[in-house]
Design a protein around this ligand. Structure first.
Ligand SMILES: [Zn+2]
Length: 151
């Protein structure tokens, strides 16, 4: 992925659709990560953005359109990305308190204003935690099941 330290071209649309990114928020568009603040991006966040890259495939424009208009779609796309990010942390760090702290941080972010308050904290926590255990071998199967029940 290529990191570009410039404003995200769709930022006005993002805000217009009820999302509230912070000055530190980064955005994936296809193979590009827009990093307006030019901050250092931690490894686990790169994993998160790689999930969005995969979700977008060859159609980042269509993905963004659906992502901004459809809060349920946005929730599932983000839950999947946070699950991969959380799994990455769990594989690297064995300290249970550190893991829980990160799970809570992710659930707070996913249920907060950045994404337009699309879910409750407890739902966000359950989805990220349980999905993180499934990412990997069973991943494609889980994905197919989710899109069936979701669409
Ligand atoms: Zn995300």
């Amino acid at each position: 992925m290529k990191i570009i330290n410039k404003p995200f071209p769709l930022i006005k649309l993002v805000i217009k659709n009820g999302l509230n990114p912070t000055s530190n928020t980064i955005f994936t568009y296809g193979k590009k990560i827009y990093n307006p603040a030019g901050r250092a991006i931690p490894e686990d966040l790169i994993i998160h953005e790689m999930v969005h890259q995969k979700q977008q495939g060859f159609f980042p424009r269509l993905w963004w359109r659906k992502y901004l208009r459809d809060p349920d779609f946005r929730f599932f796309q983000e839950a999947e990305a946070y699950a991969a990010e959380y799994k990455f942390i769990c594989e690297k760090i064995k300290d249970k308190n550190y893991r829980v702290k990160n799970l809570i941080r992710f659930a707070q972010t996913l249920s907060g204003p950045i994404y337009g308050n699309i879910t409750s904290f407890s739902d966000a926590k359950v989805y990220i935690d349980s999905w993180s255990r499934l990412v990997g071998e069973d991943y494609p199967k889980v994905r197919a099941t989710t899109s069936k029940t979701n669409g």
